[in-house]
Design a binder for this molecule. Structure first.
Ligand code: KG4
Ligand code: ZN
Length: 345
């Protein structure tokens, strides 16, 4: 570990605009959240059944200054009291990312503060540091969001070994597509989660995909097709679909694969601590399944509160702290990198 802790407290103003949330936060020493403001565009994109990139960028432009001011106000601090300004620069929608990156550069330049560029997924992983004061690498992390499904060993702060990834859809994407197909609307994850509470997870036997490559890779497109086939057949036969049963059975198939892969990886790599990250980490069935499996295996399990699982800037402030004290500084030429890989700079 190459940490250079300073005597003085480090206050980070963090900005996140990679998808459809305009967010800003003030985070002290990587673990204490002084403010966490999120302006969600969900209601706007719901009209179109998914995120419309052009609309997302325009909304970020409209909201970002108020969101940042609100984050500073709620923390009872000013920009001049910040140690550094941090921003998500990838991965994500390029036009959306650019709004945050341009804003962060302008603020840091004007206030004479260092600039730190943060990887969005490193942010999701770091959300776990906020409410688990004693959590330190190494640990195993299952990252499940709308755009990513990764099983990684967090070897150190900002240092990741990817041991499994999705070969097709991300877990959140599968939730969103299935929800849309059964008419639950966008974003699908929370809606499936809610509907599933009234359903029987064993009502419909959906496939658990096996893929080649790494034993820890994932594949969700086969499961998604199985759900679509089931819906088509029901329609052809004129049968009504029990949506709670379908939601519970689909969710059970996803959770089963996520838990099995994670526990097998924890055993093979000798990990004593498992963390969950990303929007799907707020899924109640996934949390319950992982809780049970980790308790049986005698492993510690961490997951952030739901508000810190979905996109937010507090997680970016947490990740930025460790980047900052390790000497990472972005130049004034920092650009948005829509397909930034985990572990890349
Ligand atoms: O991490 P996130 O906010 O954005 C990305 O970085 O992608 O994740 C959003 C994803 C969406 O696909 C959403 O449907 C899913 O997380 N999600 C959930 C739940 N809450 C959000 N999926 C399943 N169950 C939930 N409770
Ligand atoms: Zn995210």
């Amino acid at each position: 570990m190459k940490l250079h802790k300073t005597e003085e407290d480090v206050y980070i103003l963090a900005i996140e605009s990679s998808c459809d949330e305009t967010a800003a936060a003030v985070v002290k020493n990587g673990r204490t959240v002084l403010s966490n403001i999120i302006s969600s565009q969900i209601a706007l994109h719901t009209l179109y059944g998914g995120v419309v990139p052009e609309i997302a960028s325009r909304k970020h432009i409209e909201k970002i200054n108020q969101v940042i001011q609100a984050a500073l106000d709620e923390a009872h601090m000013t920009l001049s009291e910040m140690t550094a300004v941090a921003v998500t620069y990838g991965p994500g929608l390029v036009g959306a990312l650019l709004v945050g990156v341009a804003e962060a550069k302008a603020l840091a330049y004007a206030a004479g503060k260092p600039l730190v560029g943060v990887h969005h997924i490193e942010g999701h992983v770091s959300a776990n540091f906020i409410e688990n004061a004693d959590l330190e690498p190494p640990f195993l992390c299952l990252i499940v969001s709308g755009g990513h499904t990764h099983l990684v060993i967090v070897k150190d702060y900002g240092e990741f070994e990817i041991i499994g990834r999705t070969m097709d859809d991300a877990a959140g994407e599968a939730f969103d597509k299935v929800a849309r197909a059964v008419g639950l609307g966008y974003p699908g994850g929370p809606k499936i989660d809610k509907a599933a509470r009234e359903g029987n997870p064993h009502a419909i036997e959906f496939p658990r995909a096996k893929v080649g490559g790494s034993a820890y890779d994932f594949s969700f497109s086969g499961l998604k097709s199985a759900v679509l086939n089931y819906l088509n057949q029901a329609e052809m036969k004129g049968e009504t679909v029990n949506v709670p049963d379908l939601a519970a059975s689909f969710q059970n198939a996803v959770v089963d694969v996520l838990v099995t892969h994670t526990m097998a990886a924890a055993a093979e790599y000798g990990c004593r601590t498992v963390a969950l990250a990303g929007g799907v980490a707020s899924n109640t069935a996934l949390r319950a399944g992982m809780d049970r499996a980790c308790r049986e295996a005698g492993l510690r399990l961490c997951y952030p509160s739901p508000i810190l699982c979905t996109d937010n800037a507090a997680m970016i402030g947490a990740a930025a702290y460790y980047e900052y004290i390790n000497g990472a500084r972005a130049g004034w030429d920092l650009n948005a990198v829509p397909n930034l890989k985990l572990g890349e700079r």
